[in-house]
Ligand binder design. Sequence first.
Ligand SMILES: [Fe+2]
Length: 350
Amino acid sequence: MATKAEIDTRLEALHVRMKENSLAGHWQERQRRPDLVPWVWEWATIRECLEESGEVIKLGGVNDAANRRTVQLINPNLTEAKATTRTLQMSVQLVKPGEVAECHRHRATALRFAVESTGTYTTVEGERMVMEPGDLILTPNWKWHDHTNNTDGPAVWLDVLDGHLVTHLDATGRENFSEGTTQPITKPDGYSRKRFGAMRPDTSDIDDVALLPYSYKWVDAKATLESMAEAGEASDYDGVILEYTNPVTGGPTMPTIGCWAQMLRPGETTRAHRHTGSTIYHVVGGAGVTTVGRGSEATELTWGEHDCFFVPSWGWHEHRNTSKTEPAYIFSVTDRPVLQALHLHREERA
Ligand SMILES: [Fe+2]
């Protein structure tokens, strides 16, 4: 029988030999990655930093140093990766009057959710999509897009990209438009909403219906939420809630990012549930508290208009509208479509 000292010596030598040959034993310790923490990013602070960046960061330029002027929301446990979640990135972009964010395309899928804008537009694949507050504009992967502010006021919107997921999958790629700062506008305004909306011609000739450029108006989403509230159609766990769907497939907006709009009625408190998938919320209007976790581990996220907050995957959460008279409206993005496609979506209700 070998003694413990002999075994330790042999084990140490084995570890050295394996390391030299890019091998490791399953029994050896590895670095644990930290859990993501629930968080709130207050709009006032984001907006001040964005305003300041508008003074010191010039948009455009040949070397692509600042092809976009965005302030990125970072989870405190992802500071090195500079990421909001391990899959999604939420940032806030500023385009000042007269500025253009140049045309490019990338394999990361992206969306824009307008916060302050009076007629600034994003051009996607030759179609100008006007951005009014609360409007959602999709730029699916590898679609040309640029942003033009021809108005007198600043334009501010949320950018959400699945870039961290794409990076994990080693599928990154990007290209600048070589024929100018912006792409030519080749389609009439409202084209995709008319072409792919409720009444449409045959879509079987479209290459990839899962990656449609599209825009959704907040005025429609809000009116639908209000109608549902009036009809008493609500979930115990999410309040009055709507998923933005791809108009052709009926599935999620895009294969990697799901988008939702919800209304918490005055004084409403939802029941707690948890599910796989990371969710980033943006408060369109109203104020409330979201409790994440349970018992002594619970964290209270207090939010108001335009604040953004994060609920980690598998975190228990419940929302409370703290106003007794006003509804709260929340937009959220999630990587749930990826989890569903991989049969990893799970939900548990309290
Ligand atoms: Fe982009």
